[in-house]
Design a binder for this molecule. Structure first.
Ligand SMILES: Cc1cc2nc3c(=O)[nH]c(=O)nc-3n(C[C@H](O)[C@H](O)[C@H](O)COP(=O)(O)O)c2cc1C
Length: 222
């Protein structure tokens, strides 16, 4: 079982968010998972320019690290999104990464996986950023098992007080992958989204025949 954490703080190894995500991964490792942390700051990910090039063939016009990262996500059984709160939202690095997931979202390339989200903040917005990242997981047809945020109030050791909760979240993610996990509310949202994306897949049938056939095989096209 593979769990991949994708971390969006530019403070890399000094990051509180990264520490919290690391606790989640340690919990997952205790449950037997192989884990990996990816720091978005180490990667070259160009912001989406809405050229719609990827809609023709699934390939972005920019040659950067994003295709390899999507492959890593496809290989993983579980995905952890981790971002600091920047002005009530995810960091710019995280948002650029999310925008580049548009094709993976439209074609539901990660459907059936499980995930969770992590955020850290000085004071406010932690839970909202966890909820937003979980919402992005749902766009990807990934069911979230929950999330955790820490508000440090400027005390970088505040994260240590959440270690046990973060480890428990990692274990919960592994249990969902091993035994299944159902959340009717998220499943309904994913089903609604899929209906919307189905129109795109059907409309692009001639350009994206392989994807169309995959959707048909999965029973997603009536
Ligand atoms: C650009 C920027 C914007 C921030 N915006 C907020 C904010 O809206 N609310 C808040 O409470 N803290 C805010 N913070 C503080 C960070 O969320 C907080 O220090 C966080 O723990 C940093 O995580 P990191 O160590 O993983 O980078 C901001 C920090 C920066 C650099």
């Amino acid at each position: 079982m593979k769990i991949l954490a994708i971390h969006g703080s530019p403070r890399t190894l000094r990051s509180i968010t990264r520490q919290l995500a690391q606790f989640v991964l340690e919990g997952a490792a205790e449950a037997g998972a192989e884990t990996e942390m990816i720091d978005l700051c180490d990667l070259k990910i160009t912001p989406c320019t809405a050229c719609e090039g990827c809609s023709f063939n699934g390939i972005c016009v920019f040659e950067d690290d994003m295709p390899a990262l999507v492959e890593r996500m496809k290989e993983a059984d579980g995905v952890v999104f981790a971002s600091p709160v920047y002005i009530d939202n995810v960091s710019g690095q995280m948002k650029i990464f999310f925008d580049r997931l548009a094709d993976a979202i439209h074609y539901q390339l990660l459907a059936g996986k499980f995930g969770c989200s992590v955020a850290s903040t000085h004071t406010s917005g932690g839970d909202a950023v966890v909820a937003y990242q979980n919402h992005v997981l749902n766009y990807l047809a990934v069911v979230s098992v929950g999330g955790i945020s820490v508000a440090t109030g400027g005390d970088s050791y505040a994260v240590d007080a959440r270690e046990a909760d973060a480890r428990a979240l990692g274990k919960r993610l592994c249990a969902a992958i091993a035994d299944g996990f159902s959340d009717p509310k998220q499943e309904a949202e994913i089903a609604d989204n899929r209906e919307f994306f189905r129109d795109i897949v059907v409309e692009n049938k001639d350009m994206r025949t392989e994807e169309y056939e995959r959707w048909a095989q999965l029973g997603w096209i009536p």
